[in-house]
Design a protein around this ligand. Structure first.
Ligand code: FAD
Length: 362
């Protein structure tokens, strides 16, 4: 059987395109290499009855500036909360100095989180998605066969599976496309170079969530937000990642250590995180219920070795050559890093899905 459309990449971009295409009479299927859908939207659940989930990938949305995301949250009726900012923030400039308190309620102004974590959005999208879904399908190669494309997937350890589709949309970070997929015939060297030069946003970073029985820092008049700029700092930015229920108290942090440093210190990272949180927030920080680290640089379905070098600023995305159709309008590229605006962000991912949908001239 030949599918009308195969979507590869089950992040928010792929899910959004699949949702739009499922409204048409086309036969659509979505494939992802992971054992879950959502891609960089990734969470862990506390193992308690209430199953509270904490974001290990993106957390923040800016609904006032991001119309597609705002509409999607409204559609699925997902409540948001402002990033908590009440109380004093901390800033530590030197390893030996005490952290300084400063009050700035606007430090995360406009940033909201989903009350139940961003994976609630993925669950809501999956619940209403009629398209066939195939997880644990890693695309290896694509072949142009004139009337259709043959896709070869690795599925667990069994023999590769071939899927035929009249049109294919790859909603993947461009660097991964250039590095990990074989095209027959090959894509032009110019496009491949452009894909390699397009950093995958946040792919070189790592995040940690420390789950606590209570938000003890609030009792000390602290917001839970802290910034550390000294060279030896393990974490550079820490924020209150609690949900509204008190049982879901958590601090989350972005590592200041480079991917190479994290690799060298892998066995020590959790201890260093707890020590830094304890230095900043006091003794109760030494007793988390659980600490989970997600190192995106080690995730080969997001990062390539090139992503270990973190760009100094938010990259300039939006090159229109990344959005061209190929193989006589059978092959399309999308994903947040291809978006004209908001590249790298969730909003960019949604925008890229919209662009591919329009390009398919449905
Ligand atoms: C730590 C971190 C923090 C972030 N914070 C924010 C934030 O606060 N706000 C914000 O707006 N954005 C944030 N982002 C960025 C945001 O996560 C991305 O913009 C968005 O999730 C990208 O969605 P996507 O669908 O384009 O790509 P992805 O989510 O990367 O989806 C691509 C999918 O392709 C799959 N795949 C890869 N290779 C193959 C293959 N060969 N075969 C099959 N499937 C494959 C992957 O498994 C993945 O599921 C953050 C990202 C990270 C990592």
């Amino acid at each position: 059987m030949t599918l009308d459309i195969a979507i590869v990449g089950g992040g928010i971009a792929g899910l959004s395109l699949a949702t739009a295409l499922a409204q048409t009479d086309r036969e659509v299927a979505i494939f992802d290499a992971r054992d879950y859908f959502g891609g960089r939207i990734c969470a862990f659940s506390s193992n308690e009855a209430e199953q509270i989930s904490f974001d290990l990938g993106p957390s923040w949305v800016w609904p006032e500036d991001q119309p597609l995301l705002a509409a999607l949250l409204r559609k699925h009726d997902l409540p948001t909360m402002e990033q908590p900012c009440e109380g004093a923030n901390l800033y530590q400039a030197s390893a030996n100095a005490a952290a300084q308190r400063f009050v700035d309620p606007s430090i995360y102004a406009g940033a909201y989180r989903l009350r139940d974590g961003l994976d609630a959005l993925v669950s809501a999208m999956l619940e209403t998605l009629p398209a066939a879904r195939h997880s644990k399908h890693r695309l290896l190669s694509l072949q142009n066969r004139d009337t259709h494309i043959a896709l070869e997937f690795e599925v667990n350890e069994s023999a590769p599976r071939t899927v035929l589709a009249k049109q294919v949309a790859l909603l993947l970070p461009p660097r991964l496309v250039a590095q990990s997929l074989q095209f027959d015939p090959a894509l032009s060297p110019r496009i491949l170079r452009l894909m390699r030069e397009t950093p995958t946003w946040m792919a070189g970073h790592a995040k940690v969530v420390a789950h606590y029985p209570t938000a003890f820092w609030r009792e000390q008049g602290l917001s839970g937000n802290a910034f550390c700029s000294y060279p030896e700092a393990t974490l550079g930015e820490i924020y209150d990642a609690s949900h509204s229920a008190i049982k879901s108290a958590a601090l989350a942090g972005f590592f200041a250590l480079s991917a190479a440093q994290r690799e060298r210190l892998r066995g020590e990272l959790e201890g260093r995180v707890i020590a830094q949180l304890t230095h900043l927030f006091g003794a109760p920080a030494a007793e988390p219920k659980r600490v989970v680290i997600k190192d995106w640089a080690r995730d080969t379905l997001t990062a390539t070795p090139q992503d270990w070098q973190i760009p100094a600023a938010h990259p300039v995305y939006g090159n229109r050559y990344l959005r061209l159709a190929h193989w006589e309008d059978k092959l399309y590229f999308g994903g947040s890093e291809t978006a004209q605006r908001f590249g790298g962000y969730l909003e960019g991912a949604l925008q890229s899905a919209q662009t591919v949908y329009r390009q398919m001239q449905l």
